[in-house]
Design a protein around this ligand. Structure first.
Ligand SMILES: Cc1cc2nc3c(=O)[nH]c(=O)nc-3n(C[C@H](O)[C@H](O)[C@H](O)COP(=O)(O)OP(=O)(O)OC[C@H]3O[C@@H](n4cnc5c(N)ncnc54)[C@H](O)[C@@H]3O)c2cc1C
Length: 442
């Protein structure tokens, strides 16, 4: 009898694991449960469908349920896992109004995240929309097509809020962003967040900081500072792990109630694995358990989980929290620890900030960029990096992520043989300049 793998969640964390598992155990029987109608889609592309840059939501589907079935995977869409029994090795599944039990030899939890939806008065009014799943994206598009949507309010100034604000600006709508913190992009140091706010304002976005939403009435957002007219409200307040099923089954949770996993993506229950937004990651710099809901992380964890499920051996190295986004012509990226996170993790650190250009200063199209390195006192290890600037600025974060992952000091970074030609960088790339400046302060 072949062993049976049951996967809960048919997107990145779930489906990417299956191929890794079958590579090691080709005759593994695989049943994938997905409560929506879609599998293997790019939620990351939703803002670009809304903006019109991608012309059809179907283009976000990397592999449909039928394509997976043709590959020998028993994909069951509109089947929701409603309970787990790790002792018995079985999952209760709800489909067509009835529940059935499904036994497994291995179980992969890949239920993703759930968008934060505060229990405010009026939160369920139809003009309030989320963008977590492809179905949310489709529903938002169909709402925008059938209702006047001149005044759009985006709640939350994180990267999803930023991308949705950009999408509606590009559709020609009036956009207000409400952020309860003192700056947008709370994963950056506040003064770099202020650069992002300034970029949003340059594009006509009304950014309201320290703005607390109290509730909603039809056509109105009620805030502590007064009422705001809105045809459409988009929620981008953040994502929490979708871990209730695991918790109810007694599986140990970690940071922000994400499913705790070991380095092989195994959970506290025998034969139960987890990957993606529902589970925790190890932060390479702080050493802490963290919940970082990103597709990059989900795909890598899935590959590790799948390899181990199939009888191979793989470990997940952890994360440094590298992320990238943009608002119109301004790019934003970050990796490692922010100044506040470094302090919370117990480091004594300082920040070095340089103003540079994305290309040689004289080269057409050179744009301003600000780059910050967060550096540990004493040894000079790079703990974090943040970039805000014009086209071509933000991908420099990858070089910083490599340096941070490798535990490099600013002395080592200052000597890196980084690429240079006038259309791409200055002869002293801002990363090198920042590292050199930091060296003077150690
Ligand atoms: C608008 C937006 C933009 C983003 N942009 C980026 C980006 O640019 N870069 C980046 O790295 N990441 C980005 N992300 C995050 C990225 O999409 C997620 O990290 C990634 O999709 C996580 O994959 P996952 O499989 O863990 O979870 P999900 O993609 O959430 O998939 C989980 C699946 O499980 C299903 N499910 C849940 N519970 C059950 C159940 N009980 N039974 C059956 N099925 C269940 C859900 O329906 C869902 O399809 C973005 C996310 C959003 C919403």
């Amino acid at each position: 009898m072949p062993r049976r793998l049951v996967v809960i969640g048919g997107d990145a964390g779930g489906m990417a694991a299956i191929s890794a598992a079958r590579l090691h155990e080709p005759d593994l029987e695989v049943i994938a449960l997905e409560r929506s109608a879609h599998t293997s889609y790019s939620a990351c592309g939703i803002p670009y469908v809304v903006s019109g840059a991608v012309d059809d939501p179907d283009r976000l589907v990397v592999r449909s349920p039928d394509q997976h079935r043709a590959n020998g995977i028993d994909v069951r869409i509109q089947h929701e896992a409603v309970a787990l029994d790790p002792e018995a090795g079985s999952v209760s599944v709800l489909a067509d109004g009835a529940t059935y039990d499904l036994g497994y030899d291995a179980l992969l939890l890949a239920m993703g995240g759930k968008p934060v939806r505060p229990p405010l008065p009026g939160i369920d009014l139809p003009f309030i929309r989320g963008v977590q799943t492809l179905e949310d994206g489709e529903a938002l598009l169909s709402y925008a097509a059938t209702h006047p949507c001149e005044r759009v309010v985006v709640v939350g100034g994180g990267y999803i809020g930023l991308e949705m604000a950009e999408a509606f600006v590009q559709r020609g709508q009036r956009v207000t962003v409400l952020e309860q913190g003192a700056e947008v992009m709370g994963t950056l140091d506040p003064d770099l967040g202020a650069l992002v706010t300034a970029a949003m304002q340059r594009h006509g976005i009304d950014v309201r900081l320290s703005s607390e939403v109290k509730g909603f009435e039809p056509g109105t957002v009620v805030t502590a500072a007064g009422n705001l007219d809105a045809d459409l409200v988009v929620l981008g307040i953040g994502v929490l792990p979708n871990s209730r099923l695991a918790a109810d089954a007694g599986i140990v949770l970690g940071a922000k109630d994400a499913v705790r996993v070991d380095r092989r993506q195994g959970t506290s229950a025998e034969g139960v694995w987890a990957a993606g937004d529902c589970c925790e990651s190890h932060h390479i710099v702080s050493g802490d358990g963290v919940h970082i809901a990103l597709g990059t992380v989900a795909n890598k964890q899935a590959r590790v989980a799948g390899t181990n499920i199939g009888g191979g051996y793989a470990t997940f190295a952890g994360v440094v929290g590298t992320a990238i986004s943009k608002i119109c012509d301004t790019e934003v990226s970050r990796t490692g620890l922010s100044s506040r996170e470094a302090e919370r993790a117990g480091f004594s650190a300082f920040a070095v900030t340089v103003e540079g250009t994305t290309r040689a200063g004289y080269f057409p199209g050179a744009e301003a960029m600000t780059l910050r390195l967060i550096v540990e006192r004493g040894g000079g290890r790079v703990l974090g990096a943040q970039i805000v600037g014009g086209a071509g600025a933000a991908m420099r974060v990858n070089a910083c992520a490599v340096a941070i992952t490798a535990g490099m000091t600013v002395e080592q970074v200052a000597q890196l043989d980084l690429a240079y030609a006038p259309p791409f960088a200055s002869v002293w790339d801002p990363i090198l300049v920042a590292a050199r400046d930091a060296l003077k302060r150690i």
